[in-house]
Every structure is written in C-alpha cells, then in structure tokens.
Write a protein that binds this ligand. Structure first.
Ligand code: ADP
Length: 256
C-alpha cells in the first residue's frame, strides 16, 4: 500500500500482437492533490497510461497502485473503487438525446444504490451532488437542455460535471481540449484545475499543447515511446527539451 495518489514501479505493458511495448516506467509517484500534465507526441503512451490508472488495462507487468490500492493486472476494478477515479474523454462521451441534468446524473450511477439506480431512482445525495457539480462548472442554467443542442465547450463542461458528480479523488482527462478553440480550451483547463483544487482531488490531464496547459498545472510528465523523459515543474521544461520530445514524431509544438 502506498500513500501516493499514483505509484508505479517497474511498470511495463505491451498490447497483444504488438512487437513494441507501449509503457515502460521504472518508477513514478504522483502525490495527492498534485495537478499534472501528461505530454508527449502521438503514440507516446499517454492514453495507455491513463487507461491503466483508470483500471482498464489487463496484462501489465510490475506494480501499479492508485489511491493506495494495488491494481490487479488480471481483473477489472472492483465496483466500489471505480467511482473514486473520474475520467474525462476527448470526445465527451455523452448521451446526446438526454438532458444536461440526466447526463450529469449518469455520473452518480456507480455511487447510487445498485437497484435504485437501475430503476432510475436516485437519492437526495445524488441529486445534491449533481446540482453542485453543475454549479461548479457553470452549467446550472443549461440543466434542462438536450446535450446535442450545445456547443463543444458546453459539452465538455457537461462531461466534467458528470465526472465531478462521482466525487472522484483522482481526476483523469484524456486530451480534453483538443477539440476546442484556444479561448474555450483555457476556460476548460482553468475549470479542471479549480474543481480539482476545491475538492482536494489529484488531476492528471494529457495534452498536445504544453504551453497552453502550463499555467494550470504544477508538474509536467513527458512520455516518449512509453518512457518518462521529463518530470518537473512547467518552468523547468525548456524549449529545446520540448522540441526533443516532439521532434522525432515530426511534430512542432505550438509556440508559447
Ligand atoms: P498517445 O495517447 O500518447 O497518443 P497511446 O497510448 O494511444 O499514445 O499509444 C501508445 C502506443 O500503443 C502506440 O504505439 C499505439 O499504436 C499503441 N496502441 C494504442 N492503443 C492500442 C490498441 N488498442 N491496440 C494496439 N496498440 C495500441
């Protein structure tokens, strides 16, 4: 058991049928309450690492512990643990024809009593958590609107509210700003940062836009072919290091 939010030791993972490994991390610790950006070129292993931490990766080697609980490479996460980790997806993953409130309420499915939630019955705690989450992300006035009528920025707010309604201690976000314009992207990053800070949650957010994300995190972890090639505060990430991380993939990071 470990007191860190994330603790990895001698962690490696290879997808079935692939000859190259996707993750190879000797040691990594993320302490409770840290706000971390996960950067690296396409294919560096960011999504794979986030999936591991979300308990969705079978067959890894080494030790991985999340919120002090060891992950089992042969099993999915027990239901009781699942809600403690929240996941925000790049493509929002919302139920388009449902209202904003219903989508956010879906975030409570894991916390609600199993039989009650199957029947669509939620308790007062669930409804309170939904109102609080919608208020925190500034979408209370959209509660009755259908999700398919919303803008990209509004949809990402709904996705974040759904995740917050779960009351997660670890908030994982996989490229949450890649479909958004720069102004909306900054608002979403500020929101993720503030919501995590207010709730004392740990935040790990992957992005291709290190310069945009820097003001909203305490730490950068850069991956290259599954290995950690930089780990430190945003101000320590020099332009030449950044260029090196993206160079081999033929990508040029966006200017400061
Ligand atoms: P990133 O999120 O940084 O773009 P990924 O974690 O998606 O990187 O991918 C890491 C490596 O794993 C890449 O080489 C990718 O091709 C491979 N990979 C990712 N998902 C799968 C999968 N479902 N099956 C096989 N290989 C995969």
């Amino acid at each position: 058991m470990s007191g860190s939010a994330v603790a990895l030791d001698n962690l490696s993972f290879r997808y079935k049928g692939e000859d190259r490994g996707s993750l190879a991390i000797a040691q990594l610790r993320i302490e409770a309450g840290e706000k971390v950006a996960l950067i690296g070129a396409s294919g560096a292993g960011k999504s794979t690492l986030l999936r591991l931490l979300d308990g969705r990766l079978r067959g890894f080697r080494g030790q991985a512990s999340v919120l002090g609980r060891a992950l089992d490479p042969a099993r999915s996460l027990p239901r009781a643990w699942r809600c403690d980790t929240g996941f925000v997806f790049q493509e929002f993953a919302l139920v388009e024809q449902e209202s904003v409130r219903q989508n956010v309420l879906n975030g409570r499915l894991g916390r609600a009593q199993p039989w009650g939630s199957l029947l669509g019955r939620f308790g007062q705690d669930d409804h309170d958590a939904v109102e609080r989450a919608m208020g925190d992300v500034g979408i209370a006035e959209l509660a009755g609107k259908r999700v398919d009528r919303l803008s990209g920025g509004q949809r990402q707010r709904v996705a974040i509210a759904r995740c917050l309604a779960q009351d997660p201690a670890l908030l994982l976000a996989d490229e949450p700003i890649s479909n958004l314009d720069p102004v909306t992207a900054q608002a979403i990053l500020a929101l993720l940062h503030d919501c995590a800070a207010r709730r004392g949650a740990t935040l790990l957010v992957s992005s291709h836009q290190p310069r945009l994300i820097a003001p909203y995190v305490d730490r950068f972890i850069a991956l290259d072919r599954g290995r950690v090639v930089f780990d430190g505060p945003p101000e320590a990430l020099r332009d030449d290091t950044l260029a090196g991380i993206y160079e081999e993939a033929g990508l040029v990071p966006e200017p400061a």
